[in-house]
Ligand binder design. Structure first.
Ligand code: NAP
Length: 250
């Protein structure tokens, strides 16, 4: 008699080549997920992340797609699902900043950030939810930010995109709750990546001063929360925003 194999799960992480996305890919691979590592421009980093996932014993591929392009998002989801035979987890992690005080912020600065951070997640959710509803199982995790909950001077575009992600998360959670598909958000605080390395020193010190834990977070801190929400045991958690911020947003 053949033994019943446990279902092999598969995940897609946008912007998975570097920073928080890379840590999420590795955490999911360590938990046994096959992983599609999406990138827009950083091909070498994404290939390295995929290779590091494979070294953990799962299947992994790097897939290029710019999440601001709806057709590219549909193709990305279709390719990930075809590669692994299913798609159980979507992590909308791809994100950009274009920080300026509003008096200096141009329409292009606003559109650029909304397109990548909010519309990109919308396009990927729309493509993935069809598959997830059909298989009556899915986990969507959107990477928001404490800035989406509390605002930040100089980041009105970014805050709007990250607050918008929370509205998207809660609405989709309600649409899919009865179909076995959960939709949650993780809101990181001040995490050490290329994105925060680019901040002016004074802004870094000000941000750090508002962290009760007294230190910055690591990408792995965020990845652990994402892996939890992406797991089968988080089935009864949906529409939530989990802050990973050392107490910054309390
Ligand atoms: P990062 O190091 O700058 O990495 C950004 C990632 O997004 C890269 O992998 C990049 O891929 C990808 N990306 C950007 N535009 C894309 C597009 N149009 N299509 C596909 N991928 C795209 O930033 P991070 O700090 O890891 O941030 C990851 C997420 O966490 C973002 O959503 C960010 O807003 C959020 N977050 C970060 C912090 C923090 O303190 N670091 C705090 C709160 C929230 P390519 O290199 O290939 O372009």
């Amino acid at each position: 008699m053949s033994e019943l194999q446990p279902t092999r799960r598969a995940a897609l992480v946008t912007g998975g080549g570097r920073g928080i996305g890379r840590a999420v890919c590795l955490a999911l691979a360590a938990a046994g997920f096959d992983v599609a590592v999406n990138y827009a421009a950083s091909a070498a980093a994404a290939e390295q992340t995929a290779a590091d996932c494979r070294a953990l014993g799962v299947q992994a591929v790097a897939l290029q797609a710019d999440v601001t392009d709806p057709a590219a998002c549909q193709a990305l989801v279709d390719t990930a699902a075809k590669t692994f035979g299913r798609l159980d987890v979507l992590v909308n992690n791809a994100g950009v900043t274009a920080d300026k005080l509003i008096l200096r912020m141009q329409e292009e600065d606003f559109d650029k950030v909304i397109s990548a951070n909010l519309k990109g997640a919308f396009f990927c959710c729309k493509a993935a939810c069809k598959l997830m509803m059909r298989q009556r199982y899915g986990r969507i995790v959107n990477i928001s930010s404490v800035v989406g909950l509390h605002g930040n001077a100089g980041q009105s575009n970014y805050a709007a995109s990250k607050a918008g992600l929370i509205g998207l998360t809660k609405s989709l959670a309600k649409e899919f709750a009865a179909r076995g598909v959960t939709v949650n958000a993780v809101a990181p605080g001040f995490i050490e990546t290329d994105m925060t390395a680019a901040m002016p020193e004074a802004a870094k010190q000000a941000a750090l001063a508002s962290v009760p834990a007294g230190h910055t977070g690591a990408p792995e801190d965020v990845a652990a929360a994402v892996a939890f929400l992406a797991g089968e045991s988080a089935a009864y958690i949906t529409g939530q925003v989990l802050c990973v911020d050392g107490g910054m947003g309390m």
